[in-house]
Ligand binder design. Structure first.
Ligand code: OSB
Ligand code: MG
Length: 374
């Protein structure tokens, strides 16, 4: 498969409602999209980096720089077998996994189109219907949070995850459990606590959470293991799992009982599949995390979630929760039972809306392969 050229573009999309985590509030996304032009097909990828380096080191701007100056020049003009060997053609850039994932996932999409296979089947997926959950940000009041939860349960979502931080945690959980004693409920701290909070964190146990996600430092597996030994609640790791090696270390050390897998965080489909396989062999359930993606990233998340080990509801939610109008057709929707059917169309399964994308574009760059280069 010859990659003739690569388009990098940045689009801006206002969220229908702000999203707040322990590290800050987002109201408008700056999303980087990668298009690989290959022998008549176009593969699309999305970079999941945030606007600021707060969730991890990467941001929209660092990813743009790495893609423009290192990754796209190396892949434009290259002959690749497909998504699985794309990483071999990338220069030895350390880290910058979200930038790498945007390009690698676009190549997986192009390969699926060339082979006329749904992307979910190309990556090895077996599921046909995916259980959907929602991630609900920190709100301005408890009332707003309870209203939002009521609305999402009404829409059918199978699991509610709420963001927590010191000052927005136990009181909130108390109110939620008072109203809904039985719903599947998780919370995500995005590294807002330390081991000095041990006694406080033990109090989370009384709320019968499905899991507590990433309470401690974003680069720390060992200390999550010490915390897990002190809690009955299952820990789930997000930020600190960047590869299958990290997943293996966390599982062996019993630092968590559940893993969140994000395509961008681990560098693309190839590594995400390896993380899944490590967890599957150890009988550790996994689910797919979200990064406020547009429809392109959302479509890729659905394909990943079709792998056998994704038994827990993911942060794979309907387009309309985030966007006035999503950039794909059809938009992603959830059934009243809280499921998303896996697309059986070839490639990513959701067409891009070109005119809308053009209108949202704020910068664009075409990187061509050198003519005559093999
Ligand atoms: O930790 O899962 C997270 C959003 C931005 C950064 C980190 C996270 C999140 C979410 C949102 O929880 C999930 C989504 O709905 O896309
Ligand atoms: Mg998380």
């Amino acid at each position: 498969m010859k990659i003739e050229a690569i388009t990098l573009r940045e689009i801006r999309m206002p969220l229908v409602r702000f999203f707040e985590t322990s590290f800050g509030r987002t109201s408008e996304r700056r999303i980087l999209l990668v298009t690989v032009h290959c022998e008549g097909v176009e593969g699309w990828g999305e970079c999941t980096a945030g606007e600021h380096p707060f969730y991890c080191e990467e941001s929209t701007d660092t990813a743009w720089m790495v893609l423009r100056d290192y990754l796209a020049p190396a892949l434009a003009g290259a002959e690749v077998e497909g998504g699985r060997d794309a990483a071999r053609h990338m220069p030895a850039v350390r880290g910058h996994r979200m930038a790498k994932a945007a390009l690698e996932n676009a190549i997986w999409d192009a390969e699926a189109q060339q082979r006329q296979l749904p992307l979910s089947r190309l990556v090895g997926g077996t599921r046909e219907e995916l259980p959907a959950g929602v991630s609900i940000g920190i709100q301005d009041s408890h009332e707003q949070l309870l209203e939002t939860i009521a609305r999402e349960l009404e829409a059918g979502y199978q699991r509610i995850k709420i963001k927590v931080k010191p000052g927005w945690d136990l009181d909130v959980l108390e109110k939620v459990r008072e109203k809904w004693p039985k719903i599947a409920l998780s919370c995500d701290a995005n590294s807002a606590y330390t081991l000095d909070d041990l006694e406080h964190l033990k109090k989370f146990d009384q709320y019968r959470l499905l899991m507590l996600e990433q309470p401690l430092w974003s680069d720390e597996i060992f200390l999550h293991g010490l915390l897990q030994r002190e809690l009955t609640t299952s820990l789930c790791l997000d930020e600190c799992i960047l590869s299958a090696r990290h997943a293996l270390a966390a599982i062996e050390w019993k630092a968590c009982r559940i893993l969140n897998i994000k395509l961008g965080r681990v560098g693309g489909f190839s590594e995400a599949i390896r993380v899944h396989d490590v967890a599957y062999r150890a009988a550790i359930p996994v689910w797919c995390g979200g990064m406020l993606e547009s429809g392109v990233g959302r479509a890729h998340n659905l394909a990943l979630s079709s792998l056998t080990g994704f038994t827990l509801p993911g942060d794979v939610s309907a387009s309309a929760r985030y966007w006035q109008e999503d950039i794909v057709d059809p938009e992603i929707t959830v059934t009243p039972q809280g499921e998303i059917p896996v697309s059986t169309a070839t490639g990513r399964g959701y067409e891009v809306k070109r005119e809308l994308i053009e209108r949202l574009t704020v910068r664009q760059e075409l990187v061509r392969g050198l003519t005559g280069a093999s």
